[in-house]
Ligand binder design. Structure first.
Ligand code: 4AD
Ligand code: MG
Length: 430
């Protein structure tokens, strides 16, 4: 392995060899301009007829889009170049000539591009989005490690449902039934009782028959869980974490944000604390603004979330949903049994719910009652009840959908571009 494009700044004035692909090419007479990429960045290679071997000149002429090669040249600083540097080519060594690369610089339909996702990842826009994703992942690890959390991995094959039974992926576990994990939360509760502050970061599977801009069948979720932590404290962590992530992307990913054309002034405003409205207020607001379909007790759909979030420049917490609209494990408000100590965090600009979180029921008797109500008395949930039996403590946690967060931070029209290989209702290829 030679130098990378990302490192050329420390090689100005010297000759380097870089393994690259040809992204694009133009020529005028005795000069050819090669747009080269190596995964770490783009650089322009300038081939001058009078300064290279005849063979290299001809080779450069023959280069097709996405051909792979080793290029050798002198690194020069060039203020006009997008990367700030240029390569005066002195030699080329073709590795493979690519024939008829399907994704050309012209416009393609989204289904075509999705069918070629394995190649589409090379395009500058997709490349930039996934580098931002990488920064969000790094930012997540840094945030939680810096705040005293430890990462605990939840199983992906489970014997029970964490978030209701309607969208479970069923599979066989030898001669038994099993499900792909919808959420690591229940296991994180066990882990919080062992380690105090924990987080998991892994895939979640939802067999939702939803074909929307916001739903993936397989997505990645960050699920922190904290012992001795009430709902209010959990909200503070959520807003601080989200604000830190956004500020980090602004700090570290300016070139990528530029490539995707993100209006960063909208992201600059993302600072904690975030506004809050109660579910009750949200219902009244919706009823007043043309949504007569929502009545107290219903969960919100995408149009409702968008209508609420439109009133804010920053993410907004909707708190205290009716118990019956939410999961069995949420703790009721002691002053008002019919609502639970929970919040959904709605992103601005119509990106919908990015976080769902709550304080969990810690009382053994109440949890037993929920087991009756939700028919959870089968052996696969036994261990979860035992957490309430042996040194139960108040605890809270939340789940951030990674791709929802990225779709919002990057301003994407559809969540499918926020993950390298999306699984959608009608797509498991490539
Ligand atoms: O609100 P959800 O279902 O909450 C849970 O799973 C809790 N157990 C989390 C916890 O408290 N530990 O999912 C959490 C987040 C949502 O806010 C959303 O961002 C994302 O996960 N999400 C999805 N993202 C993409 N596609 C889907 N089908 C998603 N379903 C949920
Ligand atoms: Mg939710």
């Amino acid at each position: 392995m030679g130098t990378t494009i990302s490192e050329v700044s420390s090689h100005v004035g010297s000759e380097v060899t870089i393994g690259v692909w040809l992204a694009n090419k133009r020529s005028s007479g005795k000069i050819q301009f090669l747009e080269l990429r190596d995964g770490t960045g783009f650089i322009q290679g300038v081939v001058l007829k009078n300064e290279v071997d005849e063979a290299d000149w001809e080779e450069a002429k023959e280069l097709t889009q996405e051909s792979s090669l080793y290029v050798t040249g002198l690194v020069r600083e060039d203020k006009r170049a997008p990367s700030g540097y240029e390569l005066t080519v002195s030699g080329l060594k073709l590795i493979q000539k690519a024939h008829d690369y399907p994704i050309t610089p012209k416009e393609h339909g989204v289904e075509f591009l999705m069918d070629h996702r394995h190649l589409w990842l090379r395009s500058s826009r997709q490349h930039a989005i996934l580098r931002i994703r990488n920064e969000v992942i790094k930012g997540t690890y840094d945030y939680f490690y810096d705040h005293g959390f430890i990462k605990v991995d939840a199983p992906l094959l489970t014997g029970s449902a964490a978030e209701g039974t309607t969208d479970l992926f069923h599979t066989k576990y030898f001669d038994r039934d099993a499900y792909l994990s919808q959420s690591g939360q229940l296991y994180m509760e066990a882990a919080a009782m062992a380690f105090g502050k924990v987080f998991s970061f892994g895939p979640a599977f939802r067999a939702e028959k939803s074909k929307t801009r916001r739903h993936l069948i397989e997505f990645w979720m960050i699920e922190p869980e904290m012992a001795f932590c009430d709902h209010e404290e959990s909200l503070k962590i959520q807003e601080d974490y989200i604000a830190c992530l956004v500020q980090r992307v602004l700090k570290k990913c300016q070139p990528e944000l530029k490539v995707i054309g993100r209006d960063t002034s909208k992201l600059e405003k993302i600072k904690a604390p975030f506004p809050r409205i109660t579910y009750d207020e949200a219902v009244r607001f919706l009823n007043k603004n043309g949504f007569d379909d929502i009545k107290w007790g219903d969960d919100f759909g995408a149009p409702h979330e968008t209508a609420i979030a439109e009133h804010f420049d920053v993410p907004v917490f909707v708190t205290e949903y009716p118990a019956k609209a939410k999961a069995f494990y949420m703790k009721p408000d002691p002053d008002r049994e019919e609502v639970v100590l929970c919040a959904d965090l709605l992103a601005p600009e119509g990106y919908g719910e990015i976080i769902g979180g709550s304080q969990r029921i810690d009382d053994l008797e109440l949890m037993k009652k929920r087991y009756e109500q939700y028919h959870l008395n089968d052996p696969s949930y036994k261990w979860y009840l035992e957490l309430r039996q042996y040194g139960s403590v108040p605890h809270s946690g939340f789940g951030l959908g990674l791709e929802r967060a990225i779709a919002w931070i990057c301003g994407l029209e559809h969540i499918r571009e926020a993950i390298p290989f999306p699984r959608l209702l009608n797509r498991i290829y490539p």
